[in-house]
Design a protein around this ligand. Structure first.
Ligand SMILES: O=C(O)CCC(=O)C(=O)O
Ligand SMILES: [Fe+2]
Length: 753
């Protein structure tokens, strides 16, 4: 369908799917080529969207308030014109139906997270293109600094002879981050001229990046299955052009157009909102408007996305206003008061009652003379007005249609938030503040220093003793990999003491031990990398629990179990049972006597328990703690990818799991002991298998090492990174059944190609 040279851009998700397939078939040249083309196609698509958005905005802009009496018609015309313009422009630039370039949310996320670079680095390494492999690896690592496997790979690359320092390059480096950071550096050493140049550059790029991000919100919103994929805003409009020509006022499409028109044209804000308020309650189906609110939320969210440096977990506070703040000061220092005044005026659009800035404005006004008019920058004015209008609509929708909105901006004026939502807004802010405080205190306390990992709740907040919840122990991508392992192992894993449904007939229970995982990886049933990730993730958890509960004393593994509980299809209504009955982990709970007996068959030597959660897309399944009576619930924890709950295993921590009534809940259950004689033997065997696997890999790459030359330091021979899915000895042929677990299921089937 897309012959080379036809000028048509092959959809990136197709290329990616084929690239990943080639990867798992170990066809490295093909994998590398396809993955590179996928990345290229993706960036072309973004460029086309950005370009067309800009062009069509100019062509079909709302210039000046349309005059009465027929301004509605002129609005419609503009909106329709823009929809048509966009359809046509994208069609031309992409050389095909723009809708072909829709990818599922998961694939989009993969690209946003730079996942393709992870595959690419392995393929390039196998092709002995070492420098390119290092750049690809580095590019991935910048956005995923928590990724355990990649961290190891990076260290290996660093130790390898023949790797150039310049190869550690971010291929997707964001211009504005570089400019911003350089700007701030200059600023900090009082080099205001250079600071201003860099900060202007950054600001300009930030605004462009925002438009980029916003343009992508216009795309189809996909939730869950392909069938549910909804058309994008303009596609919805384009599809309705004819119908809309004779639009009825209370049509929801009208609402759609209307809200859009107002958001583009702040001058109509007030009138628009009034009509909206009248129209909304009469709309019979809110599907499209709900969709549009999604688009608006997505656009607002771009503020955070742009302000978050790749690989960082939190956004830089108040990114755009802070640019203006710094610029104002820098211009002031170099004596350019006209520009300083302009920046001050622009800053005041965000914080109109900022006293310091108001003072400065007075001074500038005096200096520049009363006649001089000081105005804010036009692009900043547009930005603020548009943002306020969008927020207004979102808040309105949240108030009337439900849902939530996490406002990304601290500068939103209070008047804009509906009375009924203000209370909640304040509570959230307070909660956020307390959370930050807590994390701060934890950090001060000392030993607990794991980059990026936060203590979400301590014993006090969990109403008990020796309990803690950590967040961000794993990244989304790591959870995905371990979930894939659980899925691939499926029936081949062990049950729970051999039984399929040990706790409740309403759920199927599957477990996988670390040793079994590595054995399956060895014979090619599961992905090698996923299996070793299970070991790494549990070791990371061990270190965290050790340093939190037993600093200075060694905690050993007692048992590690990757466990999934799947709700059985069918009648789940009114279930009264639990997914896991209330128990304590190292003693026999006696709720009547309110005691816990430390005697066999309890695992008496277990001292600490941990559960590392992998997903949250299921119903029910919260973990809860009770008092010794097994019925008084004292705390609950909602599982989520990367959340680690840890607690002492005794009678002070009885716990259970609520029924899982839909979907599949997977977690790594971990038990630790202080006594070395009870350290898990199986784990040591698993670790041995992992080491053997690495050696095997090294041997198969002696040629690569030759290519790289010997380590000048005369140290140990360089180790290559561990590719994903490298499980088998090369002589073993892959069977289709063994492959099924590694197929990227998230890839959209597109039979027509
Ligand atoms: O999966 C959970 O949240 C808890 C499981 C548990 O308590 C156990 O297996 O002992
Ligand atoms: Fe337990």
């Amino acid at each position: 369908l897309f012959p080379p040279g036809s000028g048509r851009l092959v959809p990136y998700d197709l290329l990616y799917a084929d690239g990943v397939r080639a990867y798992f078939a170990r066809d490295w040249p093909r994998a590398a080529e396809l993955l590179q083309r996928a990345l290229h196609s993706y960036s072309q698509l973004l460029a086309a969207r950005r370009g067309c958005q800009g062009r069509c905005r100019d062509e079909a802009g709302f210039a000046g308030p349309p005059a009465a009496p027929s301004w509605e018609t002129r609005f419609f015309d503009r909106v329709l014109q823009r929809a048509e313009c966009l359809g046509e422009c994208l069609g031309r630039r992409l050389g095909a139906e723009p809708s072909l370039h829709r990818a599922s949310r998961e694939i989009q996320e993969d690209f946003e997270q730079r996942e393709p670079y992870n595959y690419l680095q392995v393929a390039l390494f196998q092709l002995k293109k070492l420098d390119e492999a290092v750049s690809a690896a580095h590019t991935f690592f910048v956005a995923n600094p928590q990724h355990l496997q990649m961290r190891e790979d990076m260290e290996k690359y660093q130790r390898m002879a023949g790797v150039k320092l310049e190869s550690f390059r971010d291929l997707q480096a964001t211009l504005y981050w570089e400019a911003y950071e350089t700007g701030v550096q200059h600023y900090n050493v009082d080099e205001y001229l250079q600071a201003a140049v860099k900060l202007e550059e950054s600001l300009e790029e930030v605004l462009l990046a925002l438009e980029d991000c916003r343009a992508l919100c216009e795309g189809p919103q996909e939730d869950g299955t392909e069938e549910e994929m909804q058309p994008g805003l303009y596609e919805a409009i384009a599809g309705n052009v004819e119908a809309l020509r004779g639009a009825v006022l209370l049509d929801m499409s009208f609402f759609l157009l209307w809200t859009h028109a107002i958001s583009q044209h702040p001058g109509l804000a007030e009138g628009g909102t009034i009509i909206l308020l009248e129209v909304l309650p009469f709309i019979p189906s809110l599907a499209l408007s709900a969709h549009y609110i999604q688009v608006l939320k997505c656009r607002q969210h771009c503020v955070l996305e742009v302000a978050t440096k790749p690989g960082r977990v939190s956004a830089t506070d108040d990114f755009i206003p802070s640019h203006l703040d710094l610029l104002q000061f820098a211009y002031d220092q170099v004596g350019n008061h006209a520009l300083a005044a302009e920046c001050a005026a622009s800053y005041l659009l965000f914080y109109p009652s900022d006293e310091l800035m108001l003072e400065k404005m007075k001074r500038y006004q005096a200096e520049l003379g009363e006649g001089a008019s000081i105005t804010a920058r036009e692009n900043i004015q547009r930005y603020v007005q548009r943002s306020l209008m969008e927020k207004k609509l979102i808040y309105y929708a949240v108030e009337h249609l439900g849902g939530t909105f996490d406002d990304p901006d601290p500068w939103t004026p209070d008047e804009l938030i509906p009375e009924s939502l203000k209370q909640k807004h304040r509570e959230n802010q307070e909660k956020q503040r307390l959370e930050n405080l807590d994390v701060g205190e934890q950090e001060q306390r000392g030993p607990f220093t794991f980059e990026g990992i936060t203590v979400a709740m301590d014993s006090h907040q969990l109403n008990g003793s020796q309990r803690v919840v950590f967040d961000r122990v794993l990244t989304d991508s790591e959870c995905k990999d371990i979930l894939r392992l659980a899925k691939a192992a499926g029936g081949t894993g062990d049950g729970y003491r051999g039984r399929q449904s040990p706790h409740t007939p309403h759920e199927r229970f599957e477990g996988l031990t670390v040793l079994k995982a590595l054995q399956l990886a060895q014979d090619g049933t599961v992905n090698w990398r996923d299996a070793t990730l299970l070991l790494h993730a549990s070791e990371k958890s061990r270190k965290i629990v050790e340093s939190y509960f037993t600093p200075g004393k060694r905690l050993h593994f007692s048992f590690t179990h990757l466990v999934c509980r799947t709700a059985v299809e069918g009648d789940q209504d009114g279930r009264m049972d639990l997914s896991h009955p209330v128990h304590a982990d190292n003693c026999l709970l006696d709720p009547e006597g309110k005691e816990c007996w430390r005697e066999p068959p309890a695992y008496m030597y277990r001292d600490y328990s941990g559960i590392l959660y992998l997903n949250d897309d299921f119903h029910g399944g919260d973990l809860f703690f009770t008092e010794l009576d097994a019925v008084t619930v004292t705390a609950q924890v909602r599982p989520k990818c990367g959340k680690l709950v840890a607690f002492s295993s005794g009678g002070e921590n009885p716990h259970g799991v609520w029924a899982v009534t839909r979907g599949r809940r997977c977690a790594i259950a971990l038990w630790y002991t202080l006594s070395p004689e009870h350290a898990e033997q199986e784990r040591m065997e698993a670790e041995e298998l992992m080491r053997q696997g690495d050696v095997e890999q090294e041997l198969s790459h002696t040629d690569v090492e030759k290519h790289m030359g010997t380590d000048p330091s005369g140290g140990a021979s360089p180790e290559p990174p561990v590719p994903k899915g490298r499980a088998r000895s090369t002589s073993q042929r892959r069977t289709s059944s063994s492959e099924s677990g590694q197929q990227p299921q998230k890839l959209r089937a597109r039979d027509e190609f």
